[in-house]
Design a protein around this ligand. Structure first.
Ligand code: SF4
Length: 268
């Protein structure tokens, strides 16, 4: 009977684990978590919590869950209510790590491999003009609008979610010139428009006529300020030609430690 229950739980664990980040963990981490889950019958939420913690610890270069638990185990088991104390201590440890000052190894974090993105051009019915995604009733809005001209970015900033949305493709809008020409703007109103809703604004240069189209759009609408926000040094296009007067190139700058360790392929 005990064996039957263990088998049932293993089947449940296999089902549960597919919907958590458990499959992304290393073999050692998986073995540890599986052992704990089977011994203490982790629920789905508990398994998810432990798997996420294991992944965070790995990314933060902290001791693995198994090593941490080795230091706790005898003390916790002597006190009883092992599962409850395991989760309490895990919560405390993760909270303490989140609250502590970030530190990087002296030699810097290892750069990930640069993503090789396949460029594609695609037609779509997608609207390219929208409000800045941060605009809401909760924010003091500066009415920035954004043009979504390219989807995906290869700068590899570790904190940025854009890279997780578009897979291994970078998509240029085949209808960008037509969509820009059809855009209805009130002539007596001033607009501040950014160009990098889903990418770095200059990383792709003038590929597929991107910058030509955007600069033509700025020339056609003197009542806009078109902002190219970037972390690249890719300004050659603007140095070669005569850019319109109503554009601005801007850089979002972090501290040297963040640039070195988190913004992997941005300009030095
Ligand atoms: S440059 Fe901007 S869009 Fe690209 S990965 Fe970094 S933060 Fe994200």
């Amino acid at each position: 009977m005990a064996n039957r229950t263990a088998i049932d739980y293993r089947a449940k664990f296999d089902r549960y684990s597919e919907d958590t980040c458990f499959p992304r963990l290393g073999e050692e981490e998986q073995l540890f978590i599986r052992g704990m889950a089977e011994a203490h019958r982790f629920t789905f939420q508990e398994l998810r919590q432990v798997s996420e913690a294991a992944l965070d610890l790995r990314m933060w270069k902290e001791a693995s869950l198994g090593i941490w638990w080795e230091r706790q185990e005898s003390d916790v088991e002597a006190r009883g209510r092992t599962k409850e104390r395991f989760f309490q201590r895990l919560d405390d440890r993760m909270a303490a790590l989140r609250a502590s000052a970030k530190s990087y190894p002296e030699e810097g974090m290892r750069r990930p491999e640069s993503a090789s993105l396949k460029p594609v051009t695609m037609s779509s019915e997608r609207d390219i003009l929208g409000m800045c995604p941060v605009a809401s009733e909760e924010t003091v809005c500066c009415n920035l609008r954004t043009i979504d001209a390219v989807q995906n970015c290869g700068m590899g900033c570790s904190y940025c979610t854009i890279q997780t949305f578009y897979g291994d493709r970078v998509t240029f809008d085949a209808d960008l010139p037509a969509k820009l020409a059809a855009m209805e703007l009130e002539p007596d109103r001033f607009y501040h428009i950014g160009t990098g809703q889903s990418s770095d604004s200059l990383m792709w240069g003038n590929q597929h006529g991107l910058l030509d189209s955007l600069c033509d759009f700025a020339r056609a609408h003197p009542n806009i300020l078109l902002e190219f926000k970037t972390k690249s040094a890719n300004v050659a296009y603007f140095l070669r030609g005569s850019p319109p007067a109503n554009i601005v190139l801007s850089w979002s700058l972090n501290t040297p430690a963040i640039i070195r360790n988190e913004e992997h392929f941005t300009a030095d």
